[in-house]
Design a protein around this ligand. Structure first.
Ligand SMILES: [Zn+2]
Ligand SMILES: [Zn+2]
Length: 140
């Protein structure tokens, strides 16, 4: 795992009085390697025997701004915050529920910003999700 992000993760935990434990590290690593996971998928990835500790740790991560809970497709999904991953949008398949992260797009970002400015806003954040059917589901 990239060390600067991992260092930041450890710093956030420690400075808030939390220990850097092996289960917390493996949750972070699983989230780093995936665009957005449901709780069930996350538990599957880390092979946790103690599901309630996963829920507890994710609540802590959310409180500390490490993780965002997103409503994507049919699921609530967990994703590392913009501190750890580049800003991106999502595309989700309504049939199979799969989620992909989209490449950064400066044209879209600029346009969203100018819409906000036109409304007299200073844009702080936004979410954008394209919902549709993925290629595999169309061909099925
Ligand atoms: Zn699909
Ligand atoms: Zn954006």
């Amino acid at each position: 795992m990239p060390s600067t992000e991992f260092k930041l993760f450890k710093h956030i935990l420690k400075s808030s009085g939390y220990f850097v434990t092996r289960p917390r590290m493996s949750l972070f690593a699983a989230l780093q390697n995936n665009p957005a996971l449901s709780m069930k998928e996350l538990i599957g990835r880390v092979g946790a025997h103690d599901q309630s500790s996963v829920y507890r740790n994710i609540n802590i991560f959310e409180e500390l701004g490490i993780v965002n809970r997103l409503s994507l497709g049919r699921n609530t999904r967990l994703e590392l915050s913009d501190k750890f991953i580049y800003h991106h949008h999502h595309i989700t398949c309504v049939s199979c529920g799969e989620v992909w992260a989209l490449e950064e797009n400066h044209v879209i970002e600029g346009q969203l910003n100018s819409i906000a400015t036109t409304m007299g806003f200073k844009m702080l954040e936004h979410n954008l999700e394209i919902r549709g059917e993925c290629q595999q589901c169309i061909e099925r």
